[in-house]
Design a protein around this ligand. Structure first.
Ligand code: SAH
Length: 253
């Protein structure tokens, strides 16, 4: 038996600004011995001498989860870092996938690890707050990356969400390796929505180089979104008031 029970805390660091890290996550960082995560997230802990840092590439999520579980099983206090919220297109599911599909031997080794998931402010909510209230009525969230699901599924979801008049928040609108994601989404939106539909681009929210842009669908081009952008598509009632964008809470307004 280990003297200390190992713990794996899967935490969200929020969208970027230090003041958007929750106190609960701060306390977990203060108590940690090890931190695993994608390079830029691990870099946020680089000044902390009490934490051993284990950075990896963002295509190695399952292997990262395995190593973090193994380290926690040795009795260490391990952090798994995500940006935003760890449950939104991030590491919490990867940890549970690893647990679920592990060999019996590994599952036995990890059984004593205390696993907790600590929430963070996800990019969609940070972006919507900066813009005003574009998600004030019903909305849905779609990851535009076709890494883990077929492109046709993404197109169908956007089409049905537009027909149901949801506002939509798009994560991973495009990356260097897959630039066509947002272009594809735009094609579906143009077929389903009126040209005046408001589309918001929130880039690097809460970071020093934050930018916010709002355009009519008719004026949008694919280059307006990159991998640091969260895109919010308004519903049919989303409108501007002064410098803000909001979606009324009902259709009666
Ligand atoms: N778990 C994260 C999302 C990871 S997916 C969260 O809850 O926020 C990565 C995508 O999130 C990026 O491609 C981008 O679309 C969005 N994103 C993350 N941080 C952002 C920020 N500060 N500003 C704008 N978009 C951001």
């Amino acid at each position: 038996m280990n003297a200390q029970q190992g713990r794996l805390s899967v935490v969200g660091l929020g969208p970027g600004a230090d003041e958007l890290v929750t106190d609960q996550v701060r306390a977990a960082i203060a108590a940690a011995s090890d931190a695993f995560g994608y390079f830029p997230y691990v870099a946020r802990l680089s000044g902390l001498e009490h934490v051993k840092l284990h950075a990896s590439d963002n295509r190695e999520e399952l292997e990262r989860a395995r190593e973090a579980l193994n380290t926690a099983a040795e009795g260490r206090q391990v952090l798994m870092l995500s940006s935003g919220d760890p449950g939104v297109f991030a590491m919490a599911s990867a940890v549970f996938e690893m647990l679920d599909h592990a060999q019996p031997q590994e599952q036995a080794r990890w059984a004593a690890v205390d696993i907790e998931v600590l929430p963070g402010i996800t990019a969609m909510l940070a972006a919507s707050a900066r813009l005003g209230a574009p998600l004030g009525h019903d909305f849905c969230t779609i990851n535009l990356s076709d890494n883990l699901k077929p492109a046709l599924v993404i197109e169908r979801r956007i089409q049905l969400a537009a027909q149901a008049d949801f506002a939509m928040a798009f994560y991973n609108p495009c990356s260097k390796s897959r630039p066509e994601g947002f272009e594809r989404a735009l094609r579906v939106l143009r077929a389903e929505c009126e040209p005046d539909r408001l589309i918001c681009f929130a880039r690097n929210v809460s970071r020093p180089d934050e930018t916010l842009q709002v355009h009519r669908l008719a004026d949008v081009t694919a280059e307006m979104a990159d991998m640091r952008t969260l895109v919010i598509v308004g519903n049919s009632c989303t409108r501007r008031v002064g410098k803000h964008v909001y979606t009324p809470r009902s259709y009666a307004v």
